[in-house]
Write a new protein. Structure first.
Lengths: 115, 118
């Protein structure tokens, strides 16, 4: 069974500062790891997907790394902006027969970027 | 990216009634869809895995007679909350995996459905 933990639960930074969000997982047989953004009362927006064979993925100001041996993933957001304020969720996937991928979510990190 | 649509986005019902939530994959086929539940300020908890043409697989502690799941086609799964009670009030989110040959295992999520039971 996969367990996913995100620390800290909340983070407040001034605009322009880089954000570092941490995610840890217990099962190193992870299939993939996804990072999501969730705005209040809304669904999930997929940010980055890292396959188990990859070590990192990048998209614009976002960079996510994956270290299976230590059971960690880190999401970096460069030069944060007030619009980056949201809850960020990481989810570890375990491959299950027929269904393909079963995600377990962390508790999320609520980010506030102050102007 | 692939689009998953949920309907309704918000629903208010009286205690004891049943509510159906639809999850559709708009531009891809999904043999498997997942239903999650999210309480305020908490993370998503997997409720069940919906398999096209077969019975859903429920997670431990989720009542299958309470939360009926039907996956009748490759683009539609429905979740019916039967005899709803106030404690069933929550945010329900579905996700789907593209069954196509180039799929990466990435799951695409709907916008969620907020259920309020009075």
């Amino acid at each position: 069974k996969q367990e996913v933990t995100q620390i800290p639960a909340a983070l407040s930074v001034p605009e322009g500062e880089n954000l570092v969000l941490n995610c840890s997982f217990t099962d190193s047989a992870i299939y993939n790891l996804q990072w999501f953004r969730q705005d209040p009362g809304k669904g999930l927006t997929s940010l980055l997907l890292i396959q188990s064979s990859q070590r990192e993925q990048t998209s614009g100001r976002l960079n996510a790394s994956l270290d299976k041996s230590s059971g960690r993933s880190t999401l970096y957001i460069a030069a944060s902006q007030p619009g980056d304020s949201a809850t960020y969720l990481c989810a570890g996937g375990l491959r299950i027969k027929a269904a393909g991928n079963k995600l377990t979510f962390g508790g999320g990190t609520r980010v506030l970027v102050k102007p | 990216g692939a689009v998953v649509s949920q309907h309704p986005s918000r629903v208010i019902c009286k205690s004891g009634t049943s509510v159906k939530i639809e999850c559709r994959s708009l531009d891809f086929q999904a043999t498997t869809m997942f239903w999650y539940r999210q309480f305020p300020k908490q993370s998503l908890m997997l409720m069940a895995t919906s398999n096209e043409g077969s019975k859903a697989t429920y997670e431990q502690g989720v009542e299958k007679d309470k939360f009926l799941i039907n996956h009748a086609s490759l683009t539609l799964s429905t979740l019916t909350v039967t005899s709803a009670h106030p404690e069933d009030s929550s945010f329900y989110i579905c996700s789907a995996k593209d069954r196509g040959p180039t799929n990466t295992g990435e799951l695409f999520f709907g916008e969620g459905s907020r259920l309020t039971v009075l």
